[in-house]
Design a protein around this ligand. Structure first.
Ligand code: 5MM
Length: 341
């Protein structure tokens, strides 16, 4: 394990005013998203779309890195340059999703556990040889009557810790992503306690697995009311609850915290990140973005699978990436949304 290298990569991933784009949709997920935007799902469209994202003029000013899917890291640009090489030239650090998805947790109805540890050491070595410098593993925890159960929290924390230790052995920075899902009618208080317990157990497991925090990034869900909760908490309440939850669970030596958008709209996700950084400028770790839907929704709906729309779609990405970059320093203003792409 090269501690200096891990620390340098992790620092660069959360450099001031920069964040990540999650573009690691697995085959079934991208098919679903393409369908919604009226785009035909085939290998070439997936490749062209990922090139559109990475090559959007100016986005490398706002993006420190991008999380790729296995298919993408094996693909090339239309000029034949492997994506990881293309990204390094642009100053965007290549990362890779290495989990194999969420599966039903037997005996625990409504709960999931993430799979993918078998053969992970060998897969990490291959990804490193292809240029990946960080990785991502996502666990999901649902809120509902009696859930998340302690067993589900522990099973996922254990897998995340095993994954993180294997990443660091391979000099790859692990992003640990325990996503507490937004679906449901829960209150922000319920989300707070579910997230707090999840993070406390997770960091206990990471410690037990001798994971080096300065070379680790937490990808957190925000503490937020459920989508069907009726009366949803406001922006400042979400910001305060999220920061409080992190301060009560995450070690100060962690390299950084990046957020997923998790079903929030693009503007909402930016406003929440901004509110945290504006009110809490002196936290132990940088807080930035690692959004998928909140960055990509306007891009996909503009592109629609047509080469004639590439430039307009790229402008949509640059616009959202810029707003989130400002939010990462607390400098975003809602009025900016009036600016056209
Ligand atoms: C891109 O979505 C990722 C999940 O993909 P699969 O379900 O296909 O495995 C997901 O991990 C994503 O990286 C994060 O959840 C953040 O995405 P959002 O849309 O929540 O910002």
């Amino acid at each position: 394990m090269n501690i200096t290298q891990l620390q340098a990569t992790a620092k660069a991933m959360v450099a001031k005013g920069k964040g990540l784009i999650a573009m690691d949709e697995s085959a079934p997920t991208i098919a679903k998203r393409f369908k919604k935007a009226g785009i035909e799902d085939n290998v070439e469209n997936r490749r062209a779309y990922r090139q559109l994202l990475l090559g959007a003029p100016g986005v490398n000013n706002y993006l420190s890195g991008a999380i790729l899917y296995d298919e993408t890291i094996r693909q090339t640009t239309s000029d034949g340059v492997p994506f990881a090489k293309y990204m390094e030239k642009l100053g965007i650090i290549p990362g890779i999703k290495v989990d194999k998805g969420v599966k039903d947790l037997p005996g625990f109805p409504g709960e999931k556990v993430t799979e993918g540890l078998d053969g992970l050491r060998e897969r990490l070595a291959e990804y490193a040889s292809m240029g990946a410098r960080f990785a991502k593993w996502r666990a999901t925890l649902a809120i509902g009557p009696g859930i998340p159960s302690s067993y589900c929290i522990e099973a996922n924390a254990h897998a995340l810790a095993r994954y993180a230790a294997l990443c660091q052995e391979a000099d790859i920075v692990p992003i640990i992503e325990p996503e507490v899902l937004i679906d449901g009618s829960h209150t922000i208080q319920q989300c707070f306690y579910a997230t707090l317990e999840t993070l406390r157990v997770l960091f206990r497991e990471l410690g037990a697995h001798r994971v080096f925090y300065e070379g680790t990034i937490l990808k957190a869900s925000m503490v937020i009311s459920g989508l069907e909760s009726g009366k949803r908490a406001g922006v400042q309440e979400v910001a305060d609850a999220t920061v409080s939850c992190l301060l009560n669970s995450a070690p100060a030596s962690l390299a950084g915290v990046v957020f997923l958008s998790g079903g929030q709209g693009p503007e909402e996700a930016t406003a929440h990140l901004n509110a945290m950084n504006a009110r809490y400028p002196n936290l132990p770790w940088p807080l930035t973005f690692s959004y998928s839907r909140a960055l990509q929704e306007p891009v996909m709906s503009t592109w629609k699978g047509s080469s004639a729309n590439v430039a307009a779609a790229q402008k949509q990405l640059a616009r959202r990436a810029k707003f989130n970059s400002l939010a990462a320093t607390g400098a975003y203003k809602a009025e900016m949304e009036k600016e056209v792409a």
